[in-house]
Design a protein around this ligand. Sequence first.
Ligand code: NAP
Length: 236
Amino acid sequence: MTTTFQNKKIIVAGGSSGIGLAAATQFANQQAQVTVTGRNADKLNEAKQAGLQTAAIDSTNREALDTFFKNQGPIDHLVISLSGSKGIGNFAELSLQVLREGFEEKFFTNLNTIQAALPYINAGGSITLVTAISATAQMPGTSGLGAINGSLEIMVPVLAKEFAGIRINAVSPGVVDTSWWDFLPEQNKQETFKQYATNIPVGRVGKPDEVANVILFLAGNEYMTGKVVGCDGGMA
Ligand SMILES: NC(=O)c1ccc[n+]([C@@H]2O[C@H](COP(=O)([O-])OP(=O)(O)OC[C@H]3O[C@@H](n4cnc5c(N)ncnc54)[C@H](OP(=O)(O)O)[C@@H]3O)[C@@H](O)[C@H]2O)c1
């Protein structure tokens, strides 16, 4: 069976868990050659056991990224699912130093990865970012996270025009059950998800595979570029 991604070379930055891992697995199920990156050796090992190629890279390290993409050579699709969580809280009490760190861990890691990969993405290829509902949700306590994700979302249509032969889009998830929430003890996490579910039209938080479906759609559809697509169960 021939599929959209068969034999395509795909890098998923932040693909060792959560949404990135789900996308990497779906690409691999379509016979793509997928490499996932991350920092934690145990998570990378699990991804390797699941049949994915892995690379230990800290995406805050631009030099390491430049070397990695140079060694990879031409690629077809890049997905960036690097997590960041710093910058949450009501603005009056928000530490601007912590917010700066939040920009470093998500905004600048995304930009580092795009710039390092760009020379190696084949014409007709694509970049898909994973932003967040905080960019548009207008919820108290999310101005910092919203600024980080909104900054990325604002860039998407501009970069689509600059990159021309290479498409770029973003998926903007709502609340998704991944290890992003592991800062909460399991019971609190489940209670938090239940609370969110009361404001989500589909009545539950999302699954990584549901967001991954949108990533594969954006990477595979040759008429999609410059767009931010929500995947949030109707929460926004
Ligand atoms: N889960 C949600 O509810 C939710 C909602 C909206 C948006 N999002 C966004 O979705 C994206 C993916 O998050 P997720 O929920 O799938 O979280 P996750 O399960 O924690 O996955 C994050 C991935 O990024 C990697 N990573 C983080 N920082 C890195 C760095 N500096 N260098 C290399 N790899 C790095 C992690 O591996 P290592 O830790 O080993 O480095 C892991 O593979 C994030 O951008 C997040 O903001 C998530």
